[in-house]
Design a protein around this ligand. Structure first.
Ligand SMILES: [Zn+2]
Ligand SMILES: [Zn+2]
Length: 389
């Protein structure tokens, strides 16, 4: 496999990517997408299992041996309206591949196609295409549906294209690489009153404002400063007129952390501070705290061996081995809780002019397809023993 644009596999991956880009589907509704992926995998001669965790698809390539590795890509897109008039733009209004999952699928399909014609390794490779990565935890659904019991793997790997890292570079790190992500909703209920007579009620807006400020003392005053964490209030809803104080205000937001103890500490502090605000301002404060994706934690040995392999594929100067972790979240975390492995970022170029994930102008860089497919191929050839079956 070469990196040259005239490479027939590169041209094929580009065509697959453009087809997938045009038919974006969201959480557990990836019907056309999973049909397309399953059809290609079957065409390469792989065993194909469908309907794991909803729309999940797994293609298995057997080449004797005893070791099995899993490589994961995502089927889902986002509820974003695409604004660019690309020749392969989304034909599904309000849906868009703005995270590059179209590219992840195409490069994993390219690797499957290449490896299906190769007999230089011994072992089994499972190409895992999961639904609903963005919000709904499709990775967890696949595991709960028996993914690793029905189709066992000894190790599992994931890759994401990453704006902000130059094309031709790869970043990895041992330990946490992406954060745990939680959501909260806090309802502050006071007593509505005339705005000119605030003493006749309990002001939910003043109490909620104090609460927003007090929540910022969790990262700055409650958590060990060397432990990364974020508490962000992202919504405030309350009131609908100039001269009346509303009875209630709703705050929503997200919490990010790496360490499970820090996660516990933030939730406990949020509950305690809310109770204090309730007492101080004479309002009721109800906290709903919803734990979502856990932190994505790379296994040290896997991270080390992937970094070594990436140095061969991309050149020693093009591998970042101690990348700063991201406070974004990723549901590949559930797979890494079950099996050793690691998650890597493939450079996608400068993160400027809206070239960032989840932007309504984002379009996966087709130049990455041969790089990603080559990385997957070499990973299989390195992690599985060499030799003919
Ligand atoms: Zn995303
Ligand atoms: Zn993504």
């Amino acid at each position: 496999m070469t990196r040259h644009a005239s490479d027939p596999l590169a041209a094929q991956m580009t065509a697959w990517r453009h087809h997938l880009h045009a038919i974006p589907e969201t959480a557990f509704e990836e019907f056309k997408t999973s049909d397309y992926v399953a059809g290609l995998l079957a065409g390469f001669g792989l065993e194909v299992e469908r309907g794991i965790g909803g729309t999940g698809v797994v293609g298995t390539l057997h080449r004797g041996g005893s070791r099995t590795i899993g490589l994961r890509a995502e089927l889902d897109a986002l509820d974003i309206e695409e604004v660019r008039d690309l020749p392969y733009r989304s034909v599904h209004p309000g849906k868009m591949h703005a995270c590059g999952h179209d590219g992840h699928m195409a490069m994993l399909l390219g690797a499957a196609r290449h490896l299906s014609a190769s007999d230089i390794f011994r072992g089994t490779v499972r190409f895992i295409f999961q639904p609903a990565e963005e919000n709904e935890g499709g990775g967890l659904r696949m595991i709960e549906d028996g993914l690793f019991d029905r189709l066992p793997v000894d190790a599992v790997y994931g890759l994401h294209n990453w704006p902000g890292i130059d094309v031709g570079r790869l970043a990895v790190r041992s330990g946490p690489i992406m954060a745990a992500s939680d959501m909260f909703e806090i309802t502050v209920t006071g007593q509505g009153t005339h705005a000119g007579m605030p003493h006749m009620g309990s002001d939910a807006i003043v109490a909620a404002s104090a609460l927003v400020a007090a929540l910022q003392t969790i990262p700055s005053r409650r958590i060990q400063p060397a432990e990364p964490n974020v508490v962000s209030v992202t919504q405030i809803h309350g009131g609908n007129t100039w001269n009346g104080i509303p009875a209630d205000v709703v705050l929503r937001g997200t919490v990010r952390s790496f360490d499970p103890g820090v996660r516990d500490g933030i939730e406990a502090a949020m509950t305690r501070i809310s109770a204090g605000i309730s007492q101080t301002y004479g309002v009721a404060v109800d906290v709903e705290y919803d734990r979502r994706y856990p932190a994505t934690v790379n296994h040290p040995e896997a991270a080390r061996s992937v970094a070594k392999l990436a140095a061969c594929v991309f050149g020693p100067g093009n591998v970042v081995e101690d990348a700063l972790p991201s406070m974004g979240a990723e549901d590949f975390s559930y797979m890494l809780q079950k099996r050793p492995g690691c998650f890597v970022w493939l450079g996608a170029g400068p993160a400027s002019d809206g070239h960032v994930l989840h932007n309504e102008r984002y379009d996966f860089n087709d130049g990455l397809l041969p790089l990603g497919a080559r990385f997957w191929t070499r990973l299989v050839e390195t992690e599985l023993p060499r030799g003919r079956p």
